[in-house]
Design a protein around this ligand. Structure first.
Ligand SMILES: Cc1ncc(COP(=O)(O)O)c(C=O)c1O
Length: 372
């Protein structure tokens, strides 16, 4: 039987395991025994897209499945070209990976060193930070400003102090969903200290509607010391298909290449290429759906005077006004799984924006726990 105590123990065991693993969200879910959980559990813990892959991608996958006994190596030139072209890049400016996790790992491994630290904000997405630590690379973490934005001046200062390093910024940031403005990014690129690379993780960039939120890909096109990582896991709804890429100057990509594991699965690659055939419509439609649900949630929170960080991604950080562990431990028993703890933001609950019915359930369960 699932008691409150043993469920809480499992969740905290999962959180402990997550601290050791780069793919933390995966660890959290994997460590919870699914048989113990409500069958209609609403998963709002991993920032996935409930819409899943677009229809054209499903059709492309069905078509290629019978021939997936082959590696399809000969197709990858074309696949690289299609992905590069979709972002106005050349194939030499990108490298694919098993999700953006792989290319983030490769970038950290190759571009940091025992004397070249990984410099980031706290809290940020833990994957690259945990990897740098596991590799024995120095890690410098800078506090967020009071408005939860990244202090780009501080980041540059730290890189300068270290005589160079890799500045890792996630825009919009995970877990805060706050953005770094185009003006700040521009300042940072212009003022990058010598021997410093900016590693921009744009996993959630498509979900933002603010005109101040801009991709850093133009800096890659201009040949700056900037690596941009992108994923098909989020707005494209293909988290389980595991495809992402890094974009950078060809000489940087060449450095990353020897660590690439292999080509990505052909089924996944075909799904991505099919989606890119209708890229603008898919992005626009999905952003519109997400933004509407997100707006409704923020309006509901405002009506109840519940504070939150203004969201720019497909998740939101809600200030519960007390330690959020109470919500993290209790809500799954009531059928809704929110995100894990994100110290030092102990009172904050990270919630992925799901479908409208999922968010209705979230509101009901959250409010019950909130009122106590
Ligand atoms: C900010 C950020 N970057 C990268 C990833 C890795 O995602 P994937 O490997 O599925 O591309 C995640 C996953 O949640 C994330 O939140």
């Amino acid at each position: 039987m699932l008691t409150r105590r043993n469920f809480a123990a499992r969740i905290s065991a999962a959180a402990a395991a997550a601290r050791l693993l780069p793919e933390m969200a995966y660890a959290q879910r994997a460590a919870v025994k699914v048989s113990d959980l409500p069958k209609d559990m609403v998963w709002l813990n991993s920032n996935e897209n409930p819409l899943g892959p677009p229809e054209v991608s499903l059709a492309a996958m069905r078509e290629v499945l019978p021939t997936s006994g082959r590696y399809h190596y000969q197709e990858f030139r074309q696949i690289y070209s299609a992905i590069a072209k979709s972002e106005e890049l050349s194939p030499e400016q990108i490298i694919l990976g098993c999700g953006s996790s792989e290319v983030l790992h490769t970038s950290v491994d190759i571009l940091t060193s025992p004397t070249r630290p990984l410099i980031s904000v706290t809290p940020a997405y833990e994957g690259p930070i945990e990897l740098a630590r596991a590799l024995g690379r120095p890690v410098v973490l800078v506090k967020l400003r009071d408005d939860y934005t990244a202090d780009v001046h501080k980041l540059a200062e730290e890189a300068d102090k270290a005589h160079g390093g890799v500045i890792y910024l996630c825009n919009p940031n995970n877990p805060t969903s706050a953005m770094t403005s185009a003006k700040d990014i521009d300042w940072l690129v212009t003022n990058l200290p010598p021997n410093t690379t900016l590693l921009m993780d744009e996993a959630y960039i498509h979900f933002g509607e603010s005109p101040d939120l801009k991709t850093a890909l133009p800096y890659v096109r201009k040949g700056k010391d900037v690596v941009v990582t992108r994923t098909y896991s989020k707005i494209y709804g293909m988290a389980g298909l595991r495809v992402g890429f890094a974009a950078a100057r060809p000489d940087i990509i060449e450095k990353l290449q020897p660590l690439a594991i292999n080509v990505v699965p052909i089924v996944s690659a075909r799904a991505v290429v099919a989606a890119l055939g209708d890229q603008q419509n898919i992005l626009r439609e999905r952003r519109t759906i997400l933004a509407k649900t997100r707006r409704e949630l923020t309006a509901w929170l405002k009506e109840r005077n519940v504070k939150f960080i203004e969201p720019h991604a497909n998740f939101i950080m809600i200030d519960t006004g007390r330690n959020a562990r109470e919500f993290i431990n209790t809500m799954p028993r009531m059928g809704v799984a929110p995100g894990r703890p994100f110290p030092p933001l102990d009172n904050m609950l990270r919630v992925t924006i799901g479908t409208d019915p999922e968010m209705a359930k979230f509101r009901e369960v959250f409010w019950k726990v909130y009122k106590g």
